[in-house]
Design a protein. Structure first.
Length: 382
């Protein structure tokens, strides 16, 4: 809070109360004395209470809760609007509409209606394409709604807090806030009942300078709270980014570990496959050697061929193929037999020679060469 001294309070006339005959007994703890028939407010309590209200408003603004400024007196309407606009808060400075808080649904409809009138009017307020009489009627309605609801046009829900500059005059606002349980920060003069106010600020509520002092303190509290909220958000975002940056190398290291583990597992899985391949590689040259030995010619090649032919599995031929092959074999045998018969018929001498030779071999006696030559000549002559 900005440093506020007693001199500033005295200069603004914060200590002046109402006449003694118009006082409220509940304000007795905050009254310092009487002077010229007027109650004097204790400024020490005013200062402490204002600090408490400042701290509360700042803390609530840090949480995102903003107060609604309420002040409908003619002499303070401009001050309320300026301070509310400075801190970006909604305000009511013309007239408190009954049910503004308790019946906020219909108030939202009135705000939407005001916005439609503004759209029809356009930026210049010329009401293009509208009849003159209708334009005048719409402009009157728009001005009326603007005075009452212009400060709450951007308020989307019921406010979380109220700042009332005169709790005696704004009793409707105070009662509605009490019904809804909304906390109230209010200025209480000597003629006001402070029972329903959560944060009472005892002081003069008729002096524009005093009201400007209160509103300035509350507006600065809101601004500081919102600035702190923004700063915390920025810090949280930066922390999240830093944490994300830190998490990236850790995630990369974890990924590398997982990759190493997966590679090790893959190698372990590949080991039996590699062993099998090695065995196959060892077996293949042995097989090639065996094939070479089988294919290589040698003295016992005929025997090995016979053994191989015997070892070969018999291929079962089809019955039709078997029948054809048997028929061909029989034909060949018949041809061979006929040829042999014809050859025997043609060459009887050859038979005799062959028989003579067989007889010689059987008897073991040699036939003279002359007889053999004669026999050959006879054969040739025949």
């Amino acid at each position: 809070m900005a440093v506020i001294s007693m001199k500033q309070f005295l200069a603004a006339g914060v200590h002046f109360g109402h006449q003694t005959k118009r006082w409220h007994p509940n304000m007795a703890p905050y009254i310092y004395g009487i002077k010229n028939g007027v109650h004097v407010i204790d400024l020490r309590q005013t200062l402490t209470k204002l600090k408490e209200a400042y701290e509360y408003v700042k803390a609530s603004a840090e949480e995102g809760r903003v107060p609604l400024f309420v002040g409908t007196k003619i002499q303070i309407q401009r001050i309320v609007k300026e301070e509310a606009d400075r801190c970006g808060c909604p305000y009511i400075n013309f007239r408190w509409l009954g049910g503004l808080l308790t019946n906020f649904g219909t108030v939202k409809q009135s705000i939407a209606r005001m916005k439609t009138f503004e759209e029809v009017a356009g930026e210049d307020g010329s009401y293009e394409g509208v009849i003159k009489k209708e334009a005048l009627m719409m402009e009157r309605k728009r001005v009326k709604l603007e005075r009452s609801l212009g400060g709450v046009r951007n308020m989307k829900s019921v406010p979380s807090m109220l700042f009332i500059t005169d709790c005696h005059k704004e009793q409707l606002a105070l009662k509605e806030a009490q019904k809804l349980g909304i906390p109230v920060v209010g200025i209480a003069d000597t003629n006001c009942d402070p029972t329903g106010i959560d944060f009472v600020i005892p002081g003069n509520d008729d002096s524009p300078r005093a009201v400007a002092l209160y509103a300035n303190v509350i507006a600065t509290a809101v601004m500081e709270g919102l600035a702190a909220r923004k700063q915390t958000r920025i810090e949280s975002i930066t922390e999240e980014k830093a944490a994300a940056k830190k998490a990236k190398p850790a995630a990369k290291a974890k990924e590398k570990e997982t990759d190493v583990v997966s590679e090790a597992k893959a190698e372990e899985e590949k080991k039996p496959e590699a062993k099998a391949k090695e065995k196959k590689a060892e077996e293949t040259p042995a097989k090639i050697k065996e094939e070479k030995t089988e294919a290589a010619p040698g003295p016992k090649s005929a025997e090995t061929k016979v053994a191989a032919e015997k070892a070969k599995p018999e291929v079962k031929a089809k019955p039709e193929v078997k029948a054809k092959s048997e028929a061909k074999a029989k034909e060949k045998k018949a041809e061979v037999v006929t040829e042999a018969k014809s050859a025997v018929e043609k060459t009887p001498a050859k038979k005799t020679a062959a028989t003579a030779k067989k007889a010689e071999t059987a008897s073991g006696k040699k036939v003279p060469a002359a007889k053999a030559t004669k026999a050959k000549k006879l054969e040739t002559k025949k």
